[in-house]
Design a binder for this molecule. Structure first.
Ligand code: FES
Ligand code: FE2
Length: 368
C-alpha cells in the first residue's frame, strides 16, 4: 500500500476524505446505498435500544398513485402501504392473517381496501379488520375484529408520514408543515439518498457534536449557534462560513426537528435553500436517508444557479463524511466527554423523551 501511495498518511487533512476522494458520479451514488459488510453485530454496537417514537417519512407522495400497493421495510417490520380510491394512504403489517402471504407483494387495491394476493381477503386499513372474503360466506370472527396493526398516516410537505410507536400509542404531536413545500415559486425536490448502517440517535447527536466539524468536515470554526429546546422538537440558528467554488462565504443556517423523524434546515445568506431531511430507521443498525432540497425557482434558474447547486453538493458531501463514521459507530452509553465537546449530555437527556419507559428507553437514560 505504501508503494502505491507514497504520501505521508499523518499529514492527510481529514482522514475520512480518503475513503471518499476517488468516488465520483455513479460510483458515489452506489457507495451511498451499498451494504457495509463485516460490521459488528447490533448487540456489540449497543444498538439494541429500540426505535424512538415519532412521525417518520416513508415515501414521496408522488410515488404512490391511487390504486397502487407498495411493500415497505421499516422499524424491523414488514409493512404494506396502499392508496385507496378515496386518495387516502394506509399502512398495515404486511402479513395476511389467513395463511401469511406478504400483501405488499402482489396485493391489490379494491375500493379503499387492500386485497391479499393469495386468496383475496380484503382488509380495511383504518380498522385493521377483514371486510370481505369473496369466496366464503363467513368471515371468521377473529378477523371481523381488529386483527392486524394499522399505523397513523398523514401527507405533508410532499411526503407520506407514518407514526411509529412501540406500544401503538396515538400520535403525540403533528407533522410540521413547511410553507416552501406547497409554494409554486419553489422548485421540485432534488432528492439524494443514503443507506446509513447506524443508529438514528447517534446520527442526530452529530448536530451538537461541535468538535467533529473540524476533524470530519474540515470547517475551521465551530458552528454551534443558539440552541432551542422545545417540548417535542429542538433546533438552532447557526452563523457559519460555507464553502463554495468561489471561496468561503458567510451564511446562516437554521435547523429544526419535530420528534426524531422530522428535521429540516433553512440556509440563507448566499443562496436560499430548504433541506427536508427524511431519516427513517429500517433496522436497529440501518437508517434510510433521503435529503430533499428545494430552492426559490428564480434563484435556482437565475444567474446564481451555480451557487445554489454548490450548496446542495456541499451538504451532501458533509453527509458522506459523517456516514463513514456512522456506518461502524457503536452507541456509547457512558461516553467520556471532555471540555470542548459541546452539549452532548444535554442532547441525550432531551432525546430520552422519544423512548418508552421500560421498553426502548436505554437503562442509562431511564433515570435522567
Ligand atoms: S394468505 Fe392472504 S388471503 Fe390467504
Ligand atoms: Fe457531521
Amino acid at each position: 500500500m505504501a508503494e502505491a501511495d507514497p504520501r505521508d498518511a499523518r499529514t492527510a487533512p481529514v482522514a475520512v476524505w480518503q475513503v471518499l476522494e476517488k468516488l465520483r458520479g455513479q460510483d458515489l451514488i452506489d457507495w451511498r446505498l451499498a451494504p457495509v459488510t463485516g460490521r459488528a453485530s447490533i448487540e456489540e454496537r449497543n444498538l439494541d435500544i429500540g426505535f424512538p417514537f415519532g412521525w417518520y417519512a416513508i415515501e414521496l407522495s408522488a410515488k404512490l398513485a391511487v390504486g397502487e400497493v407498495q411493500p415497505l421495510r421499516y422499524f424491523s417490520r414488514d409493512l404494506a402501504m396502499w392508496r385507496g380510491e378515496d386518495g387516502q394512504v394506509r399502512i398495515v403489517d404486511a402479513y395476511c392473517r389467513h395463511l401469511g402471504a406478504h400483501m405488499g407483494h402482489g396485493g391489490k387495491v379494491h375500493g379503499n381496501l387492500l386485497e391479499c394476493p393469495f386468496h383475496a381477503w380484503r382488509y380495511d386499513g383504518d380498522e385493521g379488520v377483514v371486510k370481505d372474503i369473496p369466496y366464503s360466506r363467513v368471515i371468521p370472527p377473529q378477523v371481523r375484529r381488529k386483527c392486524t396493526t394499522t399505523y397513523p398516516v398523514i401527507e405533508a410537505n410532499r411526503w407520506i408520514w407514518m407514526w411509529y410507536h412501540p406500544d401503538g400509542a396515538a400520535p403525540l404531536w403533528d407533522v410540521e408543515r413547511l410553507p416552501e413545500c406547497s409554494d409554486p415559486d419553489w422548485t421540485e425536490f432534488e432528492v439524494h439518498e443514503w443507506n446509513v448502517f447506524g443508529n438514528i440517535q447517534n446520527m442526530a447527536e452529530n448536530g451538537v457534536d461541535v468538535a467533529h466539524f473540524k476533524y470530519i468536515h474540515g470547517t475551521a470554526n465551530v458552528p454551534l449557534g443558539e440552541l432551542r429546546w422545545g417540548e417535542w422538537g429542538r433546533g438552532a440558528d447557526v452563523k457559519a462560513r460555507m464553502g463554495t467554488p468561489w471561496g468561503e462565504v458567510d451564511g446562516q443556517i437554521s435547523y429544526d426537528t419535530m420528534g426524531p423523524g422530522q428535521s429540516w434546515t433553512r440556509f440563507t445568506g448566499i443562496s436560499e435553500t430548504l433541506l427536508v431531511a427524511c431519516i427513517t430507521p429500517v433496522e436497529l443498525d440501518q437508517c434510510h436517508t433521503r435529503f430533499c432540497f428545494t430552492q426559490p425557482k428564480a434563484q435556482a434558474q437565475g444567474e446564481r444557479a451555480g451557487v445554489a447547486k454548490a450548496i446542495i453538493r456541499d451538504i451532501c458531501k458533509q453527509y458522506d463524511q459523517d456516514k463513514v463514521i456512522w456506518d461502524r459507530q457503536k452507541f456509547e452509553p457512558e461516553p467520556i466527554i471532555c471540555a470542548g465537546d459541546g452539549p452532548i449530555a444535554d442532547f441525550r437527556k432531551y432525546y430520552a423523551r422519544y423512548y418508552v419507559e421500560g421498553q426502548g428507553k436505554p437503562a442509562h437514560l431511564a433515570a435522567g
